[in-house]
Design a protein around this ligand. Sequence first.
Ligand code: GDP
Ligand code: MG
Ligand code: ZN
Length: 369
Amino acid sequence: MNTPDTDTPTLHPLTGLGWNPRVARAFDAVAGAGEHPLLPARVASSRRGGALVRLPGETPADYAPALTRAAQADPSCAPCAGDWVAVRRSGDTWLVEAVLERSSSLVRQGVAKDSHDQVLAANVDAVLICEAADQGPNVGRLERFLSLVWASGATPVVAVTKTELAGDGLPGVLELVRAATTGADVYAVSAHTGDGLEELSARFLPGSSWVLLGTSGAGKSSLVNAIAGRPLMATGEVRQDKRGRHTTTHRQLLELPGGALVLDIPGVRRIDVPGDPGGVDQTFADVRELAGKCRFRDCAHESEPGCAILAAVDEGELDARRLARWNRLRREAEWNRSRGDQRVRAERKQRWKAADQEARANAWRKRGG
Ligand SMILES: Nc1nc2c(ncn2[C@@H]2O[C@H](COP(=O)(O)OP(=O)(O)O)[C@@H](O)[C@H]2O)c(=O)[nH]1
Ligand SMILES: [Mg+2]
Ligand SMILES: [Zn+2]
């Protein structure tokens, strides 16, 4: 017999924003601890000191003092687009009390010497990397994006866009892209003709959160609009102010008609490889597999006898340029990690110094100085 009341559990009001059992557990972990009643919310966009959150209605929220302090010490603790947070009402405003544990985080490497990594988006299930079919493709850039995404915990998916512009060159473009995207699915699409859209759209499952990466003009916004079946994002020339920032105001947490979500984060211009070497390893899984067959465990793949990588290059199985890019990205990841370690050491020293001074001052006061 049908018992509709129990067969269809009531949906959480945040289900449309990607609420799921994992997030519910993460919320329970912080909600019980505090003295105030807390509500879960999802961050649409954030800036220093505050965020726009969805409850599910959109509202601005300030950061509670403890969160502000934590974010000052380590900016990766600050709420970012896609974060699930615990908020509470405080008079006329909302306060973000805590950032819930993330399932993934897309991290941009800090560029300046003392700069911290920046979390671009959190709790992202999949990242669609867009590369235009009529522009190259730039496989080095693809490998960088892939390294970033593999390191984040999200699944990379590649879209070769504007396929109708490539003409007879399309098979060659796809071959180049596939050779550089081990382990990631590649879709050939055109937002203008609709080619390949159905297959790609099927990947946008209800409740899944997506980010699109790719250079400006790659066709990201057009693709989202084509998948949504309506113009959710502005396309073409994006107006920018003097500092190069987008001045268009629009929603940053987009809900597609099929139930998937797109986080519209500011464009990533400079793509540094994260200090997490796992992302590079995963991007070059094919080369790593060869490395496992080298005669010597510490093979540098330069001139060693029995080097499986050099043999693959000789036999035309591995592109020498891909090998060169692997070496470069590995070195970069290593360098970024050591730089991150240096920064952590410097900060620790700074904190010790401050604590030491405070201890001395306390001792001085106790002595009645
Ligand atoms: N011919 C063609 N042009 C496209 C296609 N998709 C996007 N464009 C054009 O490429 C330009 C940049 O697209 P846009 O979606 O704004 O790129 P975004 O900067 O990556 O968001 C716009 O002029 C679009 O009309 C496509 O499938 N075919
Ligand atoms: Mg765009
Ligand atoms: Zn080797």
